[in-house]
Design a protein around this ligand. Sequence first.
Ligand code: ADP
Length: 590
Amino acid sequence: MTVEAEQRLLAEQVALLHRQGPSGYIGSFVSAVVLVWVLWDEPLERTNLLIWMFSVCAAIGLRWFEFEAYRADPQRLQRGAWWGWWFTVVAATSGVVWGYLGWAFFQPTLLFLLPMTLGLAGQVGLSVTSIGIFLPAHVAFNVLALTPFVLRNYLEEGRLFFGQSIAVLVFMLACLFFARRQQAMIRDAIRLRLDNQDLLDQVTRENERVVQTRREAEEANEAKTRFLAAASHDLRQPLQAMTLFVHAIEEGMRRREGLDAALVGKLRSSCDSLEMLLDSLLDLSRADAGDLKPEICDFALQPILDRLRREFTDQAADKGLLLRVVPSRAYARSDPALIERMLRNLTANALRYTERGAVLVASRSRGRRLHLEVRDSGIGIPEQARVEIFREFYQLDNPERDRRKGLGLGLAIVDALARQLGHRVDLRSAPGRGSVFSIEVPVGRASTAASSDLPPSSGRLEGAWIVVIDDEAPIREALASVLERWGCRVAGGENADEVLGVLGAAGMPMPAAILADWRLREGRNGDVEAGELCRRLGRPVPVLLITGDTDPETTREAGFPVIHKPIQGFRLRARLDALLANQESQSTSA
Ligand code: ADP
């Protein structure tokens, strides 16, 4: 048994010992009164008898005091052994008082011996059941109460007294034996109860854990259902609008009314919102899956603040708001692109939810930490919504899910990015007065800082041959027209063979990059076709895979850099430019 288990067992044993309580004192008191009464007419000093009676009362008082002190101790279950030994001392005191009776008032007459033996044996016999629960207490009382009487009998002349001493000794040992057995039985019973209690506790804990896990699973399930419902609703809206606009444009063209510029403009804006939503969903899924691979470095904040100011100044002015971006010389240590994304979302929200006053973007340094703050004087956020607004598609005051009022993804992205970067996002807000969102990042070192400005476009794309592998002819054509507008020359085809045909017809120029759709028809893959093309060209060419698959796990498997559909022109241009720049620097260093 462990020390801890023994302590618990002892504590329960001592608690049971004290549960006997006052019944023991009454028994003691009544026996003492009867004995005094019986011995009153004996040739003894009555004063001594009264003093003894007083000692019995004092011993009872001590027991009572110990009992009350034990009950008042809030730590009694932790101090079982301590109270057990205290009880033993009190029992020993009682033992001494009763032992004194058998020694000092001994009379070698039968009239005396009978009540004396009955009184003492009765006390010790009763103590087997009352204090035998804790053997040391019984031993102390038993030995101290009976030994003097046994000795007095033994020292007296005559067989009767010798027999009496032996009989009381045997009684004494029998009581010790039974008290020991009783203690063992009680300890077994307590142990069983404690084991059962432990088992019950364990089952209860296990049950609570199962209930908790089930609740979490149900909540996750509900969250997913809510997410899917909101996402599919928000995706269907612009698609529905686009279908109607296309239909209206077709109708107009059929009637030879020409292209309606206003309708095309509306179609464009539906495309934009669809693109925006898909982009946000993609960002969220990648941030949630931890797939954004933060590139942590020391960087200056100012270029990011400059870009935010340029991007949002007009929007703020349109709403009659003052946008103040406080210049900063600070350096931060984090991923600059992700921090910029978070600040952009917070600034866009600040402007969206402020009707009057100003929006302030500033950084404050506190020791080794920087607080990047976006402060507004807008509608504020009620206390009870401050956790939920970070959930996907959670919006206050937009039950009709009007996309013009935002998508409900901005803060979910901020939260997912913050978790991935290990930064804290704080929110303070006073409804009706405004909000402050603040991202806490470590301070960076100026000496190792990288520039967070994008490298200026170098005109690398001018005249470069770009291969486009896609099995959808309209997409190939659309990509080719975009690339040609940037000055590229394009060789497109469904597979490596077709591309080689086009390149051959153009005098076999060496392509600068391959843009390949990842999933082609009939289970073929763009990366395999691109690999095959490089093999047949006899040289590696940088590859950029295009995919609509947003699963971060699949993207990780790609083996080539990946760009997600729908492709935004500026993003494709930046990625191609970077690919070519990388190729240039490799060939220079080689
Ligand atoms: P949304 O696209 O609706 O802005 P977000 O995830 O960015 O989605 O924000 C969720 C909700 O949090 C918003 O609908 C809005 O109710 C509330 N919110 C976010 N930022 C602010 C702010 N600066 N002031 C007041 N409310 C805000």
